[in-house]
Design a protein around this ligand. Structure first.
Ligand code: KIV
Length: 282
């Protein structure tokens, strides 16, 4: 079978087959221009994360995400991605209330937003919803460990599974999701030894975020990677660019040029004598 990197487009069976053969690179994406760049750069999976609430909308947590806003972001990303598999993150209360609502909402990510799969947070406690979604032939990515939609229960964004009993629970949750038919499982903020054990135990890829080097793949949040987040980053973030000062400097320069009337120049203006344009021209 061809490797992921040789393949276009990335599909669910190809991702499953990548386990143990080729690490999976996943990043969050929320809009068309950045999704096109990430896709071109070779990301295997683009996750339209409910982290949009924090990164795009400046909220303190992800609980305010809605189906409508997630579908709009997901449609923008799916429309721009040519190769990467696009996964839509099911928002808080879109799958917990009933199995039929879970299936209907998951289906909208595929039928209305063009996603290939959905992601659901939680282990055995959401198994009913996961099984119902899977029975509609909608691929599901699981997510265990620190599940941000449960952050009120956890009392904050904290590493999970440090104690033996908690670690067993996370391992059993991951095993139950994989047995149910999830094609991959995100492991968020768990000790690296636990992530390695889960990765060895389950037959589908694990994708880690703050879960050490031995997962089958890694995911990070776009704004963290690109240096667009303000404040202190968690220790698992590696910043590959520092775009915040670049954007700020460009905005300062534009403001300076407007105030000093050095923008626009003659070359950036239209001369008289031509009929006024009826629509926007470049
Ligand atoms: O919403 C999100 O960005 C996520 C990742 C942290 C995995 O769920």
């Amino acid at each position: 079978m061809a490797t992921l990197s040789e393949t276009s487009p990335v599909t669910v069976p190809l991702l499953i087959a990548a386990k143990g053969r080729e690490p999976i690179a996943m990043m969050t994406a929320y809009d068309a221009p950045s999704a096109a760049l990430l896709d071109e750069a070779g990301l295997d999976v683009l996750l339209v994360g409910d982290s949009a609430e924090m990164t795009v909308y400046g909220r303190q947590n992800t609980l305010s995400a809605t189906m409508d806003s997630m579908l709009r972001h997901a449609a923008a990303v799916s429309g721009a991605a040519k190769r990467a598999l696009v996964v839509g993150d099911m928002p808080f209360l879109s799958y917990q209330t009933s199995a039929s609502e879970a299936v209907a909402n998951a289906g909208r990510f595929l039928s209305q937003a063009g996603c290939a799969a959905v992601k659901v947070e939680g282990g055995r406690r959401v198994l009913g919803a996961v099984e119902a979604i899977l029975s509609a032939d909608i691929p599901v990515m699981g997510h265990v460990g620190l599940t941000p939609q449960s952050y009120r229960k956890f009392g904050g964004f904290k590493v999970q599974g440090r104690e033996h009993a908690a670690a067993r629970e996370i391992l059993e949750d991951a095993a139950a999701l994989s047995e149910a038919g999830c094609f991959a499982i995100v492991l968020e903020c768990v000790p690296d030894g636990l992530a390695a054990e889960i990765t060895r135990t389950i037959p589908v890829p694990t994708i880690g975020i703050g879960a050490g080097a031995l997962c089958d793949g890694q995911v990070l949040v776009f704004h963290d990677v690109m240096g667009l987040s303000r404040g202190v980053s968690p220790r698992f973030v590696r910043r590959y660019a520092n775009l915040a000062p670049i954007i700020e400097e460009a905005a300062r320069a534009f403001t300076r040029d407007v105030k000093s009337r050095s923008f626009p120049s003659q070359a950036e203006s239209y001369s008289s004598g031509k009929a006024p344009a009826l629509r926007r021209v470049r």
